[in-house]
Design a protein around this ligand. Structure first.
Ligand code: NDP
Length: 436
């Protein structure tokens, strides 16, 4: 771990599993409460001096961080593949995304605005650092998710304590090691742990702001944990994005795009298309085209050239996805492709397309976060808009059409982009099922 500019091994460790073959990649330090206190204290101690560094200097330091990331693209990409399971080229692109966003963030400015400058008073809006930011990331994009937290927090003059997912701590720990000498001691701290570390960190009295990306269930816990101290929080949570396909699309061309909208990163993306509503006029043709395309995409060893889809990232999520598929089977829904896990080691589930399950089914209402996708038929725009706007998730949505105006007309009626719809949990549906 990186605490106060130094390496800390921890008193014990936990194993990180390669989801492609279930081997142990490495062990990661188990951060104790005392070590977390030390990390938060180091970040607090470093905060005033870092806040006093000029904005221009902080911009330059972000570019230095980006250079270090670029110099270690290959190494970090290999770590992401080993712990997360995505194909090597995709993992390396994810790491390149971190340096890209560090540079883009460095180009931002925080101008002061004068609200009033009169004989009576001067009123100015200035954005000042908050102090110590806890950056808590999920396992689907260990580097990508960090890229939206690290640069903005540092540029704004805050110090950070980063906590990656238990399943994917290695690239982040290594990043801490690489960056610890680039910035003053304590500005970036990285800790890892497999138990209660997340809740210790988000509820820590020394934290001024929590930036959390993860499941809705944990988001609720973060919000509750922040209440006693009124700690500021930003939550990026789950999604169950509808994709609506209008009847005028070019079906063969659309099938491939739709496939990747749903199955990139083996479906483990918050903003993936997670339920696809297809107009009845093209339903049969598009479903067939999707099924035909699915068999051409190679899933397998993510270190092998040509592999486009890796395994599900960890056993917990693997079991969640298998449970959803089993429910489809029990309920008698048609499976057009896939449905059975690959034999042998690794958390591989083939792309599974579910043929028009009921709107109230678990596979439609729950976030699958994996390679199984419900395809749903619709006839009427009002009906499909109502179905798309139902449920507690309102992260993203998409409309597919050859006619941009027609697509926009439907898109304007979609309730998405707000994250969640308070008070709209569906009856009888459990969301964010979590297994350990
Ligand atoms: P989790 O909520 O299980 O975990 C996310 C992170 O929170 C992990 O680092 C975890 O640590 C930590 N954590 C666990 N408990 C607490 C707690 N009480 N307080 C603070 N932190 C805690 O999510 P997953 O890792 O399973 O990620 C998948 C989910 O993330 C999906 O629902 C997906 O939609 C969502 N997501 C949302 C995105 C968005 O931008 N909206 C983007 C990507 C994913 P530990 O691993 O040790 O439990």
């Amino acid at each position: 771990m990186t605490i106060g500019g130094a390496g800390v091994s921890g008193r014990s460790s936990f194993d990180v599993i390669n989801p492609a073959d279930e081997s142990v990649v490495a062990s990661a330090p188990e951060c104790t409460r005392e070590e977390l206190d030390a990390a938060v204290a180091a970040a607090r101690a470093a905060a005033p001096a870092w806040a006093a560094v000029s904005f221009e200097q902080r911009q330059k330091r972000l570019l230095d961080l980006a250079d270090v990331v670029d110099a270690h693209l290959d190494e970090l990409g290999r770590l992401v593949t080993a712990e997360q399971g995505k194909p090597l080229a995709v993992a390396t692109a994810e790491v390149a995304g971190l340096s890209y966003w560090l540079r883009e963030t460095a180009a931002l400015t925080l101008p002061e605005s004068v609200n009033e400058d009169s004989a009576e008073r001067l009123s100015v809006t200035r954005r000042v650092p908050l102090g110590v930011v806890a950056a808590i990331t999920p396992w689907n994009y260990p580097m990508g998710q960090l890229s939206f937290k690290l640069g903005p927090a540092l540029l704004a003059g805050n110090t950070v304590v980063v906590k990656p997912s238990t399943f994917t701590p290695l690239a982040t720990l290594r990043l801490g090691e690489l960056l610890r000498d680039v910035l003053p001691a304590g500005v970036i701290n990285v800790v890892s742990g497999s138990g209660d570390l997340g809740s210790w960190l988000s509820g820590h009295p020394g934290i001024d702001k929590v930036s959390f990306t993860g499941s809705t269930r944990t988001g609720r816990a973060v919000m509750a944990g922040a209440a006693p101290t009124l700690t500021r929080i930003t939550l990026e949570l789950g999604g169950n994005d509808p994709a609506i396909v209008l009847p005028d699309v070019d079906v063969p061309a659309m099938a491939e795009k739709l496939f990747w909208a749903a199955f990139s990163n083996t479906g483990q993306i918050c903003l993936a298309a997670k339920r696809v509503y297809i107009h009845a006029d093209i339903y049969a043709e598009l479903v067939q085209a999707l099924a035909a395309y699915a068999v051409t995409v190679r899933m397998g060893d993510p270190t092998r050239e040509g592999t486009r889809l890796g395994p599900i990232s960890n056993r917990r999520q693997y079991e969640t996805v298998l449970d959803l598929i089993e429910d489809c089977r029990r309920q008698g829904y048609g499976l057009l492709t896939g449905g059975t896990p690959e034999p042998g080691r690794g958390f591989f589930v083939p792309v599974t397309l579910v043929d028009n399950p009921p709107e109230e089914s678990r596979i439609v209402c729950e976030e699958q976060f994996g390679p199984v996708l419900p395809l749903l038929r619709f006839d009427d725009i009002d009906d499909v808009v109502a179905r798309a706007n139902a449920g507690e998730y309102a992260l993203g949505a998409s409309v597919w059409s050859a006619d941009p105006d027609a697509a926009l007309a439907v898109a304007r009626r979609l309730d998405a982009g707000g994250g969640h719809r308070p008070g709209t949990r569906r009856r009888g549906v459990r969301t964010d099922r979590r297994r350990r």
